[in-house]
Design a protein around this ligand. Sequence first.
Ligand code: ADP
Ligand code: MG
Length: 286
Amino acid sequence: MSQSRDRLEIRGLHAAVDGQEILKGVDLTIGRGEIHALMGPNGSGKSTLGYCIMGHPSYEVTAGTIELVGADGSRLDILAMEPDERARAGVFLAFQRPMAIPGVRLADFLRHAVTNVRNPQRKEGQELMPMKEFRSELKAKMGELSIDADFARRYVNEGFSGGEMKRAEILQLAMLRPRFAILDETDSGLDADAVRLASQSIARIGGAGGGSESGAMGILIITHHEQLLEHNVPHHTHVMLGGRIVESGGPELAAELHKRGYERIRSAYPDAAAAEKAMEGSAVGA
Ligand code: ADP
Ligand code: MG
């Protein structure tokens, strides 16, 4: 149970895009040190949940709560915070389609991000983390993840292949060491080897083995790739359908869905299946 440790707690979450309700009451608790897999057919609302956690302005939360709950029982209302405040509070979302930032080198981007996350009171323009300290830490992390030293000199995501974007994202995760990470997997562009490498890297930096000074991360992996879970066997698997989590289980549930698909789920939860149909009917261009 995650009751006695830091956790990200989502209760009764409803959310809309362009006035259309997508999430219809999501409950999910992620404790630090736990790996959760979120699965579900396309269009079921998985990415929407990630965007709501990070505070994307296009996604309007209409009901429910998202809170960071401390082991001591303290509660921090994430929904009342701006996206950058959420990041400084230790919540990280790896975007499905990350933005390119031409002219900004990955190393400079990381130095900014790491400084802000470690020094939440910092105002823009104030001093960054010392270059020497940053460089040695970056070098160590890149070595650990077998990332080429030149990689950090590239412009953020400009001309990156799918595999390189993934690597940049994992390096970010390793440097920022968030308390909670939401990894929303792109469905395309990654071959099985790249996914395996990502899986190994995530296992190395996250989970129980990841660093001691700041403790283990709580990780939510949104994925269709069986390989991604290979080295990150989820403690919990959740299935989303029609904007709700309809079923949760252990790693065997992920294996079943990979093997057999979602037909059993659709027949077991006809209301959610009907909501899925309705959402498909009104989707604008997903
Ligand atoms: P998943 O990640 O499970 O594939 P999404 O959360 O991306 O599902 O989408 C769920 C539903 O919300 C879909 O019907 C999709 O069309 C709609 N939706 C999500 N984001 C947007 C958006 N920015 N604009 C319009 N519709 C959206
Ligand atoms: Mg998605």
